[in-house]
Structure formats: structure tokens, C-alpha cells
Design a protein around this ligand. Structure first.
Ligand code: KG4
Ligand code: ZN
Length: 360
């Protein structure tokens, strides 16, 4: 188990709901505590190092790690926030989508807390939480906004009117998710798992126009059917072929240049389509969330291109982009504030919960 991190902020507001959020959909055990839109604690224990040698998250290993980390992470979050569990007004928990066994650990823990404390439970959608988290940093979400969610499991463009009511999918990946492409290409280049942060780092030293990699679903014909959809598997194959050809020739692979050229291709398509979707809907605010939103090139390119069109971009700080409990607490807090009905205590964990279903 990697050493956990905890982050705390305090302020004196007392009349807003105190919500504890639990996230266990993948390999991060996250427990966040918020009061209204104020982040009080964000404790995360990651099992990523246990998966690294397999090159991807192993579901059974993740579930077991959640079991071991759950109680200490709850305790750490409470300590940082300076609260006791009896102070909490509501419990929020990711009940999908994600790994079934991993989700079950969080949902079971949340139910135990809700029953023990006699407080309501809100089962919330992991993807909507990636959107809601931004309100902890930049205040209430613009309504409507265009959300681009880019993570290891998802790449979607969503029209969001009220994040507690539902989101309207405009497009998504038809094959690999953006983060998955980063992870697979990193592996091809001999970089560790998860690959996104390593590609981001080595690409800074590379030439982003060294190889002109393909931009998936951007040809005129593809745009007719897939205007707001993404495809990254062709790009991944193109990188693999390029690397193989270079290795066969006996010349060294210029890792930084290939990483930078690959990253440029991903960011180019993501930003182009997000801005096109916002402009088409007449939306002035784009919100980027999910682990890939931590990418420095994506953040810079999105801001530059959107500004040229008079569109604002909001991206949470990198630590809030990757999976965490604060995002779940943020969405839970919004549910409480808007008077949404809590979930039933027999709330299921749903590994394939659709993005349109925000509240269980
Ligand atoms: O949202 P997240 O933490 O978990 C999922 O719900 O999937 O996203 C994890 C993904 C991984 O594929 C990881 O490589 C990618 O986010 N990622 C990045 C960066 N940091 C994390 N990708 C590109 N650049 C980064 N800086
Ligand atoms: Zn995620």
C-alpha cells in the first residue's frame, strides 16, 4: 500500500451540510469531507503500486486493498477535518460505474456508517462526481456547462444542466478511453504504469511535431456519424507500428519525441471536439474532469483554444482530477443542498451504471 495523502482546509461555516464521501470504484480508497462547497479533508490511499507489475488494475487486488484501507482512511479524513463521525449530516458513496468488487467495499462501508449514525445515504455516479468536484475549487458550476470527462475508463462529452439531476451525453469513445491510450502507449515506450503522468513528464523534453500521428474520427466522413465521439485505438496502433519499425531499423526510439507527438494527437482531438460541442450548444463554459484532466498539455491547449472562441475552461487542480473521495462528497453535498431524495438502504453497487443515472 502506497503511503496515503491527506489534505485539509478549514473554514468556519456551520449552516451547510457536512458530508462524508467514499470512493472505491478503482484502485483509490478515497474519503472526502466537505461542508457545503468547502473541502475539509481529502484522504486517499492508493493500491496503484500493487498493480504496477501487472500493467493494469487487478480487480481482486483492488478490492482487498480497499478492505484494508477503508477504516484507516475514514479515521484520517475525520482527523484532518477536525470532526467526529457523529457530526456528519449525510454519507455519499460511489455506487457505479467501476469494478464490481471494489464498489461493493465502499457501498458496504457507507451503508454501515449510514445505519450506525442514523444519517441518509446518497449513492452517486462516479462520472458526475468528476464534474461536481470542480465546485470545491471554483465555486458553483456554470449551468449549463459542457463537461469533458477523460479518465482511464471513460472519455465523454456531456451537456450538464444540473449535475444532481442528470447529464446529457453528446459523445464518447467508441474504443479505448483517453487514459487507457496513455497507459498503453507508455507501456510501449517502456514507461511505468499508470502511464499518463510519465508521458506528461517526458513529453516536456520532446518535439510534439516529430511524428504526425493520426487524429481519430476527425475526417469529414467520420464527423458525419461521430462528430462528438472519440477513437484512440488507431492512434495506439500507429504508435506501436512506428516504434516497431524504429526498433527493426536498429536506431534508438526517441521516447520523448514519440510521447510528445502522441500526447499532442490526443489533446488536439479532445480539445477540438470539446470546443465544437460547446459552440454547437451555445455553451460558454467547458469543464474538464477525470485523471487525464491532470495532463499539463491538455490544460494549456484547452485554455488557449477555448479563449480564442470566447469560451471559459475550468479544470480542478490535478489532485482533484484523479479519483478521490472529495468529489463524491462534493456531489453528495449538492444533492443535500438541492433537497434530493436519499438512496434506499438496499442501494446496489452497479459496475455499469450509465452516465445518465446520477443518483441511485
Ligand atoms: O480518473 P482516474 O484517476 O481513474 C479512472 O476513473 O479511470 O484516471 C486515471 C487515468 C489513468 O489512465 C492515468 O494514466 C491518467 O488518468 N492520468 C493522466 C495524467 N494523470 C493521470 N493522463 C495524462 N496525463 C496526466 N498527467
Ligand atoms: Zn475516475
Amino acid at each position: 500500500m502506497a503511503p496515503g495523502r491527506t489534505q485539509g482546509l478549514h473554514n468556519g461555516r456551520v449552516n451547510e451540510p457536512l458530508v462524508l464521501g467514499i470512493e472505491t470504484s478503482c484502485d483509490e480508497t478515497g474519503v472526502g469531507i466537505v461542508r457545503g462547497n468547502t473541502l475539509l479533508a481529502d484522504a486517499v490511499a492508493s493500491s496503484v503500486e500493487e498493480h504496477a507489475r501487472f500493467g493494469g488494475v487487478v480487480p481482486e487486488v483492488a478490492s482487498r486493498a480497499h478492505l484494508e484501507a477503508m477504516v484507516p482512511t475514514i479515521e484520517r479524513a475525520c482527523e484532518t477535518a477536525g470532526i467526529t463521525l457523529s457530526d456528519v449530516d449525510a454519507i455519499a458513496v460511489t455506487n457505479g460505474p467501476g469494478l464490481a468488487g471494489a464498489l461493493l467495499v465502499g457501498v458496504a462501508a457507507a451503508k454501515a456508517l449510514a445505519i450506525g449514525l442514523g444519517k441518509p445515504i446518497y449513492g452517486v455516479n462516479h462520472l458526475a462526481s468528476h464534474v461536481a468536484v470542480d465546485q470545491l475549487e471554483h465555486g458553483p458550476l456554470p449551468e449549463p456547462c459542457l463537461a469533458m470527462l477523460v479518465s482511464g475508463g471513460h472519455s465523454s462529452l456531456l451537456r450538464v444542466e444540473d449535475v444532481t439531476a442528470g447529464v446529457d451525453p453528446m459523445g464518447s469513445t467508441i474504443d479505448d478511453a483517453a487514459g487507457e491510450a496513455f497507459d498503453k502507449v507508455a507501456r510501449l515506450l517502456g514507461l511505468p504504469f499508470p502511464g499518463g503522468p510519465h508521458i506528461d513528464r517526458v513529453a516536456r523534453e520532446g518535439d510534439s511535431v516529430y511524428v504526425d500521428f493520426p487524429r481519430g474520427l476527425t475526417s469529414r466522413r467520420d464527423l458525419e456519424r461521430h462528430r462528438f465521439d472519440f477513437s484512440f485505438s488507431g492512434l495506439k496502433t500507429a504508435v506501436a507500428r512506428w516504434v516497431e519499425a524504429r526498433e527493426r531499423s536498429g536506431e534508438p526510439v526517441p521516447v520523448a519525441d514519440v510521447a510528445a507527438s502522441f500526447q499532442e494527437a490526443v489533446c488536439d482531438v479532445l480539445t477540438r471536439k470539446a470546443i465544437d460541442a460547446a459552440a454547437t450548444e451555445g455553451i460558454d463554459d467547458i469543464l474538464i474532469g477525470g485523471g487525464v484532466a491532470a495532463n499539463s498539455r491538455l490544460r494549456a491547449m484547452a485554455e488557449e483554444r477555448a479563449a480564442a472562441k470566447g469560451i471559459r475552461v475550468r479544470v480542478p487542480r490535478p489532485g482533484l482530477c484523479t479519483d478521490n473521495g472529495a468529489m463524491v462528497a462534493a456531489l453528495g453535498s449538492e444533492m443535500v443542498s438541492r433537497g434530493r431524495t436519499p438512496s434506499p438502504l438496499d442501494l446496489p453497487a452497479d459496475s455499469s451504471l450509465p452516465v445518465t443515472s446520477v443518483l441511485a
